[in-house]
Design a protein around this ligand. Structure first.
Ligand code: FNR
Length: 212
C-alpha cells in the first residue's frame, strides 16, 4: 500500500488491524466535546485543534455523548451499556484525550460530567486514570469559560487523568471560530497549537511504544 492510500485507509478505519511503522509511531488523540448542540462552539474549537495538529498526530472527534446513559452504580455489575463501552473504547484506544467544555451555570454541563463519571470507573482500572489529557472551554460571554474550565480541571484531577498544565478558555467564542473550525486570530491559533502540541508531547512521553 502506498503512502497516500495508507493514510486514507487509516483515516477511514482507525481501529483497523493493519499495523505499520506510521500507525505505530503516530499519536492518536480522542477529542470529546461536552455539548450536544449541532452548532456547538466548543466542538468547533475541537475542529480548530484538528487543523493545528503537529506531524504524526491524529485526532478523532467523538460524537457519542448523547448515547451515554445516566450513571447508575447498579449498572456497574455486568457488561457496560453500549454507549459507555464506546466511550471507554475511544479513550482506551487513544494516546491522549482532548476535552472541550461549554459553560453551563458556571460549571460543566451535566452530560459531560456524566460521561466523565462513567470513564472514572471502575476505580483502579478506569480508562481515564493516568491518561494524558488536555482541557479547553468556550463561552459566548465576555466573562465566560473560566469557571467551566476550572471545574473540568478539578474533575479530571480527582479522576487521576494525566492533565497537562497548558489549558485554554475562550470567551466570546462566537466571534473567534467558524463552525468548521477556522480561527482568524493568529494569537488564538497559536494557543490552540500549543495546547494540542503539549498534549501530543505528553502522550508520547507517557507511552513506551511511542517514546521508543
Ligand atoms: C449557558 N451559558 C452560559 N455561559 C456562560 O458563560 N456562563 C454560564 O454560566 C452559562 N450558563 C448556561 C446555562 C445553560 C443551561 C445554557 C444552555 C447555557 C451559555 C453557553 O455557554 C452557550 O450557550 C454556549 O454556546 C454553549 O456551548 P456550545 O453548545 O456552543 O458548545
Amino acid at each position: 500500500m502506498d503512502r497516500i492510500s495508507h493514510h486514507v485507509y487509516l483515516s477511514k478505519c482507525t481501529r483497523c488491524e493493519i499495523t505499520c511503522r506510521e500507525a505505530e509511531t503516530s499519536v492518536t488523540i480522542a477529542a470529546i466535546g461536552g455539548s450536544l448542540r449541532a452548532g456547538s462552539y466548543s466542538r468547533a474549537l475541537l475542529r480548530a485543534a484538528a487543523r493545528e495538529l503537529p506531524p504524526d498526530v491524529r485526532l478523532t472527534i467523538w460524537d457519542g455523548l448523547e448515547r451515554v446513559p445516566p450513571f447508575n452504580e447498579d449498572l456497574e455489575v455486568g457488561p457496560a451499556p453500549e454507549g459507555v463501552a464506546e466511550l471507554r473504547r475511544q479513550i482506551a484506544d487513544a494516546d491522549g484525550v482532548l476535552i472541550a467544555t461549554p459553560e453551563y451555570n458556571g460549571s460543566i454541563p451535566g452530560q459531560l460530567k456524566n460521561a466523565l463519571d462513567w470513564a472514572s470507573r471502575p476505580r483502579g482500572a478506569a480508562v481515564l486514570e493516568g491518561k494524558p489529557a488536555a482541557a479547553l472551554s468556550a463561552s459566548p460571554s465576555p466573562r465566560g469559560a473560566a469557571r467551566a474550565l476550572a471545574d473540568l480541571r478539578k474533575v479530571l484531577t480527582v479522576i487521576g487523568a494525566g492533565l497537562i498544565e497548558t489549558e485554554l478558555a475562550v470567551p466570546q467564542v462566537h466571534t473567534q471560530v467558524t463552525p468548521g473550525g477556522r480561527v482568524a486570530d493568529p494569537v488564538l491559533r497559536d494557543r490552540i497549537r500549543q495546547l494540542i502540541t503539549g498534549l501530543a508531547q505528553h502522550a508520547t512521553a507517557a507511552s513506551p511504544a511511542l517514546a521508543a
